[in-house]
Structure formats: C-alpha cells, structure tokens
Design a protein around this ligand. Structure first.
Ligand code: PSV
Ligand code: MN
Length: 396
C-alpha cells in the first residue's frame, strides 16, 4: 500500500473506538438452554477484568456498556464501586442500559403498559438510570424496550405510543451536561405481533418527540432480512439523528452472530456511508459504536477480540474509499466505476497496516495470539470453574 493510503488507514484507526458489552462476558443462552463456560464472568468485576484484556490487546475499546439490573443491581448506590472497578482495569463505564423488561411487572410492557402504576415504575427506573449514568460519567443512556403485544386487537397501539412519548420526554428532561439518550428499535421479539418501537421511523419520531439530546440507535440485528441498513444510516446521518450502533451479524433474525461473520460487506457499506458523510460535510459524525453480542458457544473473550479485529479491518477498508473519485462517478452516473471504487477499497488487505498501527502504539501485532499466550484464560478458568459449575447444577 502506498504511503498516502497507509496514512489514511492509520488516521482512521487513531480515531476508531468500539464499546464492549458487559453482558458479552457472562454466561447466556437461548430460550432452549444454556451451554455454560467455565471461564465466564459473573460479577461486574470479572466482566471489567475480561473486557480489560480485550482492550489491552486491541487498544480500541476503552469503554464497557453496562446493563443496570445485571451490573448495578442496587442502582446508583453501586456507582462508586463500579466506577472504581472500571478504572482498575484501565476502562470507563460506557452506555447505561436500563432494564424494564425482566421484572414480572413488565409482562404487558413498561412505558407502554396500560397500567399507570407500572408505567410509573418503569419511569422511575429510567430516571434512576440517568442518575447512574451521571455518577459514572457515562454519556449515553441506551434505551431498548421489549414492549409490544402478541395477539391482534389486544392492545391500543395509539395509547401506548402516547405513553411512550410521555415517558421518553420525562426521561429526556433529566439529562444534563453532555448526556444523550439513544432510542433502539426492534421489529419483533419478545413481542411477536407488534413492538412499540418497531423500526427506525418510529425510533426517529420518538427521539424527536423526546427532545434534542435523543438520537436513534441502530442494532444491525434488528431489521427484516432484506432491509438496506446503510440507507437507514445515510438518512439518519443526513437528519443528524444517528446516535449509535449495536453491532452484530445475523443470518435469520436477531441472531447476535459475530460482526462481519455473515456479511462483512454490509458492515463495510455502513462504515462507508458514515465516512463519506464525514468527508462531504467536513463534520465528525458523533456516533457511539458498540458491540451487542453474547456468545453461547465461542469463548467469550476470544469472540470479542475477533469482533473488534473485524471491526477495525472493516472500518479501515471503508476509510480507503476514494471519496472524491466516488463523488465524481456518482455525479456522472458512471455506475461500474463507482461500484468498483467501493469494491477496490473493500478488497484491499488492510491487515499489514493494522499490524503497523498496533506496533506503533505498543500493542501486540496479533491480538488473538497475544491473548492466548498471556495465560489469562487458564487463570480465570481455574479461578471460576468450580463456582460456575455449581451455578449450572443449581439451575437443574
Ligand atoms: C435486545 O435484543 C438488545 O439488542 C438490546 O440492546 C438489549 O439491551 C440487548 O439486546 C441485551 O439484551
Ligand atoms: Mn441491541
């Protein structure tokens, strides 16, 4: 690769960061069962420790998204301890994810529940989560709701929409400083007839209703099969409403497969839309890149290292698109040349430059190998396996 292109990749990597999900290090499963791992994390300390390993070998994931119920079960009271733990592992708390979907009271929804007392309980949790975010110095409140219904005619969709507007607006009112609120959408699951925030149009409208600090969060797994996600990204960028991503890949539905494992070209096209927007406008798109994957079968830390490495490669490839040339081809409708311009960048092997970048930062050239050589996995397996096995037998 020539010097100019090498510099382009280096500069792209210098500004690239991606957030790890705390829940990606814990034992999870499908609704059919759980295959547990002896080394899985179960405390927030272990999650930070494991995430710290991923950051130590990749250098691009200094923050960890937290789920309030799973990581801060005592709410804001846990914040000082969590703050300190993150720092111990060279990390910071990232997006704060309230949980208004697991408690029994949320059987028929949270902010969209027909029962005003349950809506109020959900709101209290959201407001507490803003407080937690503030205490942890986290900028983003990341909102996902399982609300919806399973059977036609059983819920008043319009009433639920209005209740959502009320709840989101009140939550927005508590944001301060540089805090933002990200509204995630999902077409189905766990609700299978209607979801209260089913697609990007609904998320966009809710974000606008909530207030100026609210933006849309795009989870790549939350779309119907053939949906053109990069078009949604381009629209949200143009409207200044794109706040963040939950990256994962999918083959069928919300499969939470490894980012780029099924369709790396799609992730590339998403990054390309963002970088082309930045080139054209001269503005930096303010987007939180986050991973939302929780691997059931792959080793959890290795899965994250693999994901982060893939993200770096696809971002670097997207940075190699010759924007000026592409813009010219688009204007003159030189279709083959325009598409080739994208494909050339996508086909470039950026791995040698990434290794060079890592070396220049004092990071290992091969993150996976460095992790495997570190002995960390053996150490945590020895430390956690007995406890994790006991936890498995207690499920029975
Ligand atoms: C829901 O499917 C989701 O994508 C939301 O972002 C949750 O916070 C996350 O997965 C973990 O359950
Ligand atoms: Mn998500």
């Amino acid at each position: 690769m020539d010097e100019k292109r090498t510099d382009t990749v280096i500069q792209a990597l210098d500004r690239f960061q991606i957030e790890l999900p705390s829940w990606g290090f814990a034992n999870t499963g499908t609704r059919f069962g759980k295959f547990t791992q002896p080394a899985a994390a179960s405390t927030v300390e272990e999650k930070f420790s494991d995430a710290g390993q991923v950051h130590a070998v990749t250098g691009v994931c200094p923050t960890v998204a937290l789920h309030v119920l799973w990581d801060l079960p005592h709410g804001a009271d846990d914040a000082p301890q969590v703050h300190a733990l993150a720092a111990t592992h060279g990390l910071r708390a990232g997006a704060i994810n309230p949980n208004v979907f697991q408690d029994q009271i949320y059987k028929y929804g949270s902010l969209g529940n027909p029962d005003a007392a349950i809506r109020a309980a959900a709101l209290t949790h959201l407001l507490d989560s803003v407080e937690i975010a503030e205490r942890l110095g986290s900028r983003d409140l990341s909102l996902w709701f399982a609300d919806g219904s399973n059977y036609p005619g059983t819920q008043n969709i319009r009433h639920r929409r209005k209740w959502f507007v009320d709840g989101l607006r009140t939550t927005h009112g508590k944001l301060s400083g540089d805090q933002r609120m990200l509204v995630e959408y999902k077409p189905f699951e766990p609700a299978f007839y209607h979801t209260d925030i089913a697609d990007w149009g609904m998320a966009l409208q809710f974000a606008r209703d909530a207030g100026p600090r609210a933006k849309v969060l795009v989870d790549t797994g939350h779309h119907y099969q053939a949906q053109n996600i990069e078009q949604i990204v381009a629209w949200l960028l143009d409207l200044d409403m794109l706040g963040g991503f939950h990256f994962n890949d999918r083959r069928y539905a919300d499969d939470d497969l490894t980012m780029g494992s099924i369709d790396p070209y799609q992730v590339f096209r998403i990054f390309h839309e963002i970088l082309h927007f930045e080139w054209e406008t001269g503005k930096r798109a303010d987007i939180a890149y986050m991973i939302d994957q929780s691997h059931n079968l792959k080793g959890k830390i290795e899965a994250m290292i693999q994901t982060v490495t893939t993200a770096m490669e696809l971002y670097a490839k997207a940075a190699l698109v010759d924007h000026e040339k592409l813009a010219g081809y688009q204007t003159s409708c030189a279709l083959v040349d325009a598409e080739t311009c994208l494909k050339d960048a996508f086909s470039t092997d950026v791995r040698p430059v990434i290794r060079e970048w890592s070396h220049s930062k004092g990071l290992p050239a091969d993150p996976m190998d460095a992790f495997r050589q570190s002995g960390y996995l053996e150490k945590i397996t020895a430390e956690r396996s007995v406890r994790n096995a006991a936890a498995v037998s207690s499920y029975a």
